[in-house]
Design a protein around this ligand. Structure first.
Ligand code: F3S
Length: 755
């Protein structure tokens, strides 16, 4: 399992001096977030102050974590980099590809068979390149990272948006796409726009039914799903110190639901307790040595308005439990008002399922508090009126919770214990009857509750709550049940009331586990063979993309002129396509199928200029590719917004699209296109978008003198024989032009590795 103490010591050795240098260049006391950012500059000691929300900065993250769905393409790309080992400690976690249905005893062996080729690939590629591999059933990536790898003051990236969970142990941990992970593993810097800062001051202490989950449910209600965009949320105050470490993880985890870059807490005793309980005395000892640097400066917390872009204050003494939903995690309703709100809005009150788990809420403390409610129910003669399911966060949590009797308590209440994995949280839930698409309500302790997220049924009304509240509502079977005030009728017909939950932050007898599910990599992986079947439908080794031919691009066919919103989901859809994430050719059959064709307002229906027929976008592009003809995609504003999914850039590249010309790009997608050796261009005059006509062929001129800040020229050849030409801009710097020339950034990394 081996957390890397040498790496941590190295980070801490420079931490203080870098923070001191940062204080000087910034000229004021620093928040914790700033300290961590300035201590992780790629160029070493801070030499200048960065502008929040404006400057792009190169960082040197300490770790990389990947989950099984996104790790596939990240590692297929990494194999192209030609490096013998990863440059920073990295891990892979098999948690997304395990369907929840009957319970762990049946579901886990089934998943291991069903996705054997993916797991075998990930295991072998990890073994070869020095990556720690967590087998299916070992647990959910973010819980496992918190238990084993997160450390105060560290910086981590992960190929999953809830990587931010590690803020619970005082990290700056950020979700990225596979291409970024590949770069960092290959030893390159990682670029991020210097974030804005939101401060959340917590006062008081949680009590009764309220939990850490309610803090973030309340914050989500205040900030909404977009309120944290581009910002780090930093929690501080007495209330923060009163929270457990895993509770802090819960709060940071759901920072993803308000769009925050990440969230974090300063190092405190709860973190020290957690480090020691999870076998990391050495990390705690090292952190204690530089403790003052691992939290924000006193002046900052004494006068937060002066240092944060926005400040929110929450008094934990007064906080109520919340239920957030349906269909969005920021619709926050205090439990006391839920009955009224549900009746007013027509939300079904009968609750079909209560689910506890996900990376957000599957810690030992979470299970212990939920078990205390389940235990009361048994003692007081109650049963669950809803179906009830539990996904423990890790094998260590499961084993310990089992030893301490919690799982038996849940089972006595008829709960199904699912695998230590994401399961229903990522829609890997084979829920009986979901296909009937009936209107129904579920409550869960997860983070996301968008339509179809858990069971694929658009009419499932999902509400997010703390594990103990989920347990109480599953027992009542009623969304409007308020355990603080309401009673339930037991098997003797008596009215009984549930007492507030109790639980243990950490197991009093310590954590235990027989086989945590970890596979250490080979010390020397040079002879390890990476397992990819040439006949696989789910995995395909990548071939390097071809370099630029050295001439202007002429006679490109217009593949599609996309109208309006074109997100990475429109370019490379998720859902059923997820299973092809490791197979570039197969997943390319979803390329741009969600984009609206400007000329007929249809999706996935464009004119094939070779046949004159209308047909699907991928098939049309494959025809052009087969004929050796390049093409161009034209788009509108903020093209490629959404996720950092690199498939949205790799698919067009793979199928022979040569350029993407838009009114404006979402920056991450623009960078992804550049990394893949594509031309990403913008209209110098946005009105020129209107000049693009169906059937146009396009020349891009000026490439032999391609240089930073020098526009290129676009020539349109219309079907009627007329021509128009105009300037197009680009944002390539000198290095990115080299990527274009080489046919992609990985071609350069490989060349350098071989030199
Ligand atoms: Fe998995 Fe759901 Fe978390 S998909 S990583 S448990 S958000």
């Amino acid at each position: 399992m081996a957390f890397d103490i040498d790496m941590i010591k190295k980070v801490y050795a420079n931490f203080g001096s870098r923070v001191d240098a940062a204080r000087k260049v910034v000229g004021r006391p620093l928040t914790l977030s700033e300290k961590i950012l300035y201590a992780h500059l790629w160029d070493g000691d801070p030499k200048k102050a960065f502008s929040r929300g404006t400057d792009y900065v190169d960082f040197a993250p300490d770790r990389v974590a990947m989950q099984d769905a996104t790790a596939q393409m990240a590692l297929l790309q990494f194999m192209q980099a030609g490096r013998p080992q990863v440059a920073v400690p990295s891990t892979v976690h098999c948690d997304h590809l395990i369907t929840a249905k009957e319970g762990a005893a049946i579901d886990l062996p089934h998943a291991k068979t069903e996705s054997a080729e993916v797991f075998d690939f990930l295991s072998s590629v990890s073994n070869k390149y020095g990556i720690g591999f967590w087998k299916p059933g070992a647990g959910i990536i973010h819980q496992v990272v918190l238990e084993n790898y997160a450390f105060p003051g560290g910086m981590m990236i992960g190929t999953d948006s809830h990587t931010v969970n590690a803020g619970g142990l005082g990290m700056v941990a950020i979700g990225v796409g596979g291409a970024d992970a590949c770069d960092v593993m290959a030893g390159l810097p990682w670029e991020l726009k210097f974030p804005k800062l939101i401060g959340v001051k917590l006062t008081g202490k949680l009590n009764g039914w309220t939990s850490a989950k309610d803090v973030i449910l309340k914050v989500a209600g205040i900030l909404t799903v977009k309120g944290g965009t581009g910002a780090i949320v930093e929690y501080f105050g007495d209330g923060a110190i009163n929270l457990s470490c895993t509770g802090k993880g819960t709060i940071c985890n759901m920072g993803a639901e308000i769009g925050a870059t990440t969230s974090t807490f300063g190092y405190d005793e709860s973190m020290e307790r957690y480090l020691r309980a999870t076998g990391r005395d050495e990390v705690a000892d090292e952190a204690n040595k530089i403790g003052a640097y691992l939290t924000g400066d006193d002046e900052v917390y004494a006068d937060p308005e002066n240092y944060f872009d926005q400040v929110i204050e929450i008094n934990l003494d007064e906080l109520e439990p919340y239920l957030n939903g349906p269909f969005t995690p920021d619709l926050a309703t205090p439990v006391s008002q839920m009955k009224t709100e549900a009746e007013k809005n027509g939300w079904p009150l009968k609750v079909e399922w209560g689910l506890i788990g996900s990376c957000t809420n599957s810690s030992y403390e979470d299970l212990s508090r939920a078990a205390s409610i389940a235990n009361q129910a048994i003692e007081k003669g109650l049963v669950t009126k809803s179906a009830f399911g539990i996904n423990p966060g890790s094998e260590q949590v499961r084993y310990t919770a089992n030893r301490d009797g919690f799982l038996k308590t849940f089972e006595d209440l008829d709960a199904t214990i699912f695998t230590n994995a994401c399961g229903p949280c990522i829609g890997m839930w084979d829920r009986t009857g979901a296909e009937k698409a009936e209107k129904n309500t579920i409550v869960h302790s997860f983070n996301r509750n968008f339509a179809k997220r858990a069971d694929g049924n658009p009419n499932t009304f999902a509400f997010v709550a703390s594990p103990e509240m989920v347990a109480a509502i599953a027992i009542a079977g009623d969304l409007g049940f308020n355990p603080l005030t309401d009673t339930l009728t037991n098997d003797k017909g008596e009215q009984v009331k549930l007492d507030p939950p109790t639980g243990d932050e950490l197991p009093t007898r310590g954590f235990a586990v027989e086989d945590a599910g970890f596979q250490a990599p080979a010390a020397d992986g040079s002879s390890v063979e990476v397992l990819v079947s040439p006949t696989s439908h789910r995995l395909q080794l990548l071939d390097p993309f071809t370099p630029w031919e050295g001439t202007d691009l002429k006679d490109l066919k217009l593949l599609i002129k996309a109208k309006g919103k074109c997100t990475t989901d429109h370019i490379s859809m998720a859902g059923p396509w997820l299973k092809f994430r490791g197979h570039l050719d197969n997943i390319s059959n979803n390329m741009l199928i969600g984009a609206v064709n400007y000329f007929n307002d249809k999706t996935d229906n464009v004119k094939n200029e070779l046949t004159g027929e209308y047909g699907p976008v991928p098939a049309t592009q494959r025809d052009y590719k087969a004929a050796g003809i390049g093409s161009i995609v034209v788009g509108d504003e903020n093209y490629g917004e959404g996720s950092s999914r690199e498939h949205a850039a790799m698919e067009p590249r793979h199928l022979g699209v040569r350029a993407v010309l838009v009114k404006s790009f979402a920056r991450i997608h623009e960078t992804n296109l550049k990394k893949q050796g594509m031309l990403g261009l913008t209209f110098a005059d946005k009105d020129d978008y209107d000049k693009i006509l169906e059937g146009d062929t396009v020349d891009i001129l000026g490439l032999t003198e391609f240089a930073p800040n020098k526009p290129l020229t676009l020539v349109l050849h219309h079907l009627d024989g007329t021509e128009e030409q105009f300037l197009v801009n680009h944002s390539y710097n000198a290095q990115q032009i080299e990527w274009f020339v080489a046919g992609g950034a990985l071609n350069i990394i490989r060349r350098e590795a071989a030199a």
